[in-house]
Write a protein that binds this ligand. Structure first.
Ligand code: ADP
Ligand code: MG
Length: 375
């Protein structure tokens, strides 16, 4: 058992057309790979760009002292998904192969770049794709030593209801057992290669609940939880490990009133806030080292329980816009992210004797993508 901190990185997206047209001020300055300044002074700006007498280092030191915010990594608007993957999630794949549960979640206001980071665009695949490709490349290298069985689940928490995105069914009920929170009635899909996994990812993405809001037409108002469950058996020793890799795309963290939603849309906003409020409370309590953590306050935190405080290496990617248009949301996201840095989790390597989820009773089957036994 060893204690590790949650890794927290910040990614700043480029200005969008609307922000440029409105001539919005840039409220983020990335100083180096791990430091940013929120809302730098205009004076400092003058100094930074025109201060002929001071060296770049002098000025950087001054700003850092005054306003710096440090994270495990900071990605400016020039960094692409590939670079985020290389630094953030490639090492996670190695941890997974060594038998550690890992989780990656993206947090931030609607339009800040969460889905872009996770899924990317056609020409710029997101970190989920890149991470899964790396996972299968590592699996291929180890296939002569170990046997791998892989099951996929893709869940959505929408208005506090848990839906199965792969079968478009639900709501599913959560319950607790000795292994933690179990999603009742969830059927994992067995896959044998990266292509099958990507097919399922595409199906699940199509099934996500999407509604236009004032804040961002493309945005999804739901939390999406993509999980890869891997059972690996060593050919020589027969030692088995089961591990879980989770990729979580959270709904927008902005306040409901700022999206001017009414009726059902408002209810969605309220529930999203309930879930994210609960997540915030859990993060605060974990950061303070409290004994009782209120995971039970929302379905999102129940599902994320083992990712936040349990046997899991966790990476949080906080997505922000650089524009003054989203000043408050950006500030809140950075505050959240700073708190999350303080969380420590106890992790251990999973083996057959420690933590085998009951759902891991994989059935061999010839169909291309097969369902596996129910929980
Ligand atoms: P969110 O999921 O947080 O609501 P999106 O990922 O949908 O936000 O991003 C909002 C818009 O900004 C999208 O059009 C997306 O393509 C664009 N975008 C986000 N991040 C980047 C980035 N790093 N580089 C280029 N475009 C981005
Ligand atoms: Mg999104």
């Amino acid at each position: 058992m060893s204690e590790v901190a949650i890794k927290v990185v910040v990614r700043v997206r480029p200005f969008n057309r609307r922000e440029m047209e409105q001539n919005q001020k840039n409220i983020i300055r990335v100083l180096d790979e791990s430091t940013l300044v929120f809302d730098p002074d205009e004076d400092e700006d003058e100094f930074f760009f025109h201060g002929a007498k001071q060296t770049h280092r002098d000025i950087t030191k001054r700003i850092k002292k005054k306003l710096n915010m440090e994270f495990d990594s900071v990605f400016d608007d020039k960094k692409c998904n590939e670079e985020v993957f290389e630094i953030c999630t490639k090492p996670i794949v190695t941890s997974v192969m060594n038998g550690f549960n890992c989780s990656v979640f993206v947090y931030g206001a609607t339009g800040a770049g969460k889905t872009y980071t996770m899924l990317g665009s056609e020409n710029n695949p997101g970190i989920t794709f890149l991470t899964m490709r790396e996972l299968f490349s590592q699996i291929q290298k180890l296939e002569c030593e170990r046997r791998f069985e892989i099951g996929i689940s893709y869940l959505e928490v929408y208005n506090e209801q848990v839906m199965n995105l792969l079968t478009k069914s639900g709501p599913l009920k959560l319950r607790e057992d000795s292994n933690g929170v179990v999603v009742g009635g969830l059927v994992l899909k067995q896959i044998r290669n990266a292509e099958e996994l990507f097919e399922l990812l595409i199906i699940g993405n199509k099934n996500r609940t999407q509604h236009p809001t004032d804040a961002n037409e493309e945005s999804s108002r739901s939390h999406a939880i993509f999980q890869v469950h891997i059972r690996m058996t060593d050919n020589k020793t027969s030692v088995r490990r089961t591990v879980k890799l989770s990729m979580i795309d959270l709904a927008g963290s902005e306040r409901a009133q700022s999206t001017k939603c009414k009726g059902l849309r408002f209810k969605e906003g309220a529930n999203i806030n309930k879930s994210l409020l609960a997540l915030g409370n859990c993060i605060n309590k974990l950061a303070d080292g409290c004994k009782h953590i209120p995971y039970r306050d929302s379905n999102l935190t129940r599902i994320l329980k083992d990712s936040l405080g349990g046997n899991c290496q966790t990476l949080m990617i906080a997505n922000i816009s650089p524009s003054s248009l989203t000043y408050e949301d950006t500030y809140n996201t950075l505050k959240y992210a700073s708190r999350a840095k303080k969380i420590r989790t106890n992790i251990r390597q999973n083996t057959i004797t420690t933590n085998i989820p009951k759902e891991f009773l994989l059935k061999r089957c010839d169909a291309q993508v097969t369902e596996i036994e129910k929980l």
